[in-house]
Design a protein around this ligand. Structure first.
Ligand SMILES: Cc1cc2nc3c(=O)[nH]c(=O)nc-3n(C[C@H](O)[C@H](O)[C@H](O)COP(=O)(O)OP(=O)(O)OC[C@H]3O[C@@H](n4cnc5c(N)ncnc54)[C@H](O)[C@@H]3O)c2cc1C
Ligand code: SF4
Length: 549
């Protein structure tokens, strides 16, 4: 066949409004989609992450074919190409298109591979803007470099305000609705002794024959990979993703705001995901996979939250999110501005900011190691076999579900990484492997930038560190732990607490000069010489025995 344009669609580009399909001529153009083993094994991917991507890709290809697109789809079990690049190169040479068209990738390495086809096949490669995002790479760069635009510091908060104004989201006469730009302080409540109450069950998806086949392939080809498929709940089609969106808006949004940072260990780790009031997902939306695979558009997710807020009696202006203003109903009449704003901030603020900053700072972000940390990732990150209950619970949950919420990722496994001086690249690989929603553009800035401070505070004012007291306040993990969060040294001392004080001692000069960390140093100044020495000794011992913790 003679082909005009060969359109390459990647596993996280499963939207029909993919910019690579603009101007597609059903008679002249052709689509290539490839499942490559390397994409599952370059990092030792969680089985659920593999199933999610492959099943969603296969469903999307069927949809495209039903709409009349001609598609070459290479299933993992039917070809010998190790990498995407090898398969692309082969098919470009075979089909000899005039042009290759793709949408911007979600991973620097993959985009470089796409571009390498120019030299490898002597064919023009056109990479189009990813219009799924509400801030393009170019606009973000412009904002970040524009000193007069309120972006003197590369901070999410300034970016978020700019985006609120640009899209007229939760604004009133040019001012933020309710008088404040964010209600972050209202989003940090713990559950209290009784634990979380009345958590709604998560929606169920139907594991159809196609997903079942992918599960079998994954169990055969990636049998030794981490994680379980027992609780595979993730939407693999847009219809399923819309069910998740409606369910969140209807049942969970109202509870999301208050408790988004809280953590809880239920009696059993082997809960069924739909066991009401014991869901490991708490009030979180479970929308990251659908957004990242582009089964959902961020504009429609924001519009859904805004619309339901409007139904509860407050005006909204979301014309600029046009096309995405269908009505969603909340079954909860207590929907507060704090909940809606808190949720929208995650999508319009954090998610877009992370996307912008990844492309602004790659490839150097991937190699950054501000503190020059070199400790090896303990093997228990892959098994959960540690006596620190906070780590154990978060890791076991992650292995079982491929999911942990942002504070578990930031303040449990991430914070341990910085306090235990783990090499950032080894932990970045772990995060990319174990979470179902992991794609490098969102994983890396969160890990290198937020959790590990590996990029030296490029967009954060201080490292996210705390003692065991924080974990005790925000969860019930410490109740079931052999260590005691308030004890700094000795047999029952909490390793997080010991390493926290050690970290402050080690970086005393820098932290005492930073207004955001000066209070921590003031607390440290109250310690006696003997206490400081004991902390140093205990920390040295811990750092030499991380594997045994
Ligand atoms: C160390 C670390 C690693 C992370 N790695 C990933 C990752 O690989 N993939 C990923 O999608 N998210 C990642 N996040 C962000 C966040 O943890 C997940 O998006 C969230 O937990 C997904 O669950 P949810 O859909 O129930 O989110 P909710 O808690 O319900 O939040 C709603 C939505 O907001 C967005 N969001 C929230 N926080 C962030 C954030 N910090 N960055 C970008 N988007 C955000 C997501 O799209 C999410 O679906 C990471 C955060 C940290 C601290
Ligand atoms: S005591 Fe320390 S190690 Fe144990 S759960 Fe609490 S914070 Fe984690």
């Amino acid at each position: 066949m003679t082909i005009r344009n060969l359109v390459i669609i990647l596993g996280d580009q499963l939207n029909l409004d993919n910019s690579a399909l603009e101007g597609f001529d059903l008679a002249l153009d052709h689509i290539l989609m490839v499942e490559a083993p390397q994409e599952s094994s370059l990092v030792w991917s969680h089985k659920a992450r593999i199933v999610l991507f492959l099943s969603a890709m296969r469903h999307h290809a069927v949809k495209l074919e039903a709409l009349g697109y001609s598609v070459t789809y290479l299933k993992l079990e039917t070809h010998d190409f190790a990498s995407l690049k090898a398969a692309w190169q082969h098919y470009v040479m075979l089909l000899r298109p005039q042009k290759i068209i793709a949408c911007e990738a979600g991973d620097y390495r993959v985009e470089q591979d796409l571009l390498s086809l120019i030299a490898l096949t002597n064919t023009l490669v056109v990479i189009r803007d990813d219009t799924h995002f509400m801030c393009s790479r170019a606009d973000f760069k412009h904002w970040a470099l524009d000193k007069s635009g309120g972006s003197k510091q590369l901070r999410m908060e300034f970016f978020y305000r700019m985006m609120r104004k640009k899209y007229n989201v939760l604004m009133q006469a040019g001012e933020p609705k309710g008088g404040a730009w964010n209600y972050d302080t209202e989003n940090r409540k713990a559950f209290g002794k009784a634990g979380p109450q009345k958590i709604p069950a998560s929606p169920k998806i139907n594991v159809d024959a196609m997903t079942q086949q992918v599960i079998e392939v994954t169990n055969t080809k990636f049998a030794d990979h981490p994680g379980s498929l027992k609780h595979f709940i993730w939407p693999v089609t847009r219809d399923e993703a819309l069910v998740f969106l409606d369910d969140f808006i209807a049942y969970k949004l109202a509870g999301f705001g208050n408790h988004q940072d809280a953590m809880w260990q239920f009696e059993s780790q082997d809960l069924d995901f739909d066991e009401a009031n014991k869901s490991p997902y708490l009030w979180h939306s479970l929308l990251s996979t659908s957004l990242n695979l582009k089964l959902l558009n961020p504009r429609e997710v924001i519009a859904a939250a805004l619309n339901v807020y409007k139904l509860n009696g407050l005006a909204l202006e979301c014309e600029k999110l046009n096309g995405f203003s269908q009505t969603h109903f909340s079954r909860d009449s207590d929907l507060s501005l704090a909940s809606v704003e808190g949720f929208i901030r995650q999508i319009l603020g954090w998610r877009e900011f992370m996307h912008g900053v990844y492309w602004l700072d790659m490839p150097q972000m991937a190699a950054s190691n501000h503190y020059q940390h070199t400790n090896k990732l303990p093997n228990w990150y892959w098994t959960g076999n540690t006596q620190m209950n906070c780590q154990r619970q978060t890791i076991l949950q992650t292995l079982q579900y491929g999911y942990a919420h942002h504070i578990q990722r930031l303040m449990i496994t991430g914070m341990f990484g910085v306090l235990a001086e783990l090499n950032p690249q080894s932990l970045e690989t772990w995060y990319l492997a174990v979470y179902v929603d992991a794609i490098e553009w969102v994983e890396l800035p969160n890990v290198a930038g937020m959790a590990l401070y590996a990029n030296g505070g490029r967009f954060t004012s201080k490292p996210y560190i705390a003692s065991g007291a924080y974990i005790k306040r925000m969860s019930n993990y410490c109740t079931n732990c052999k260590y005691k969060p308030e004890i700094k040294t000795g047999e029952n001392a909490c390793p997080i607490t010991t390493l926290y004080w050690h970290f402050l001692i080690k970086h005393y000069q820098v932290f005492s000069r930073n207004p955001r960390t000066a209070l921590m140093i003031k607390n440290l100044d109250r310690f006696s010489e003997a206490e400081l020495k004991a902390i140093e000794k205990s920390a040295g011992n811990l750092l030499n025995n991380l594997e045994k913790l």
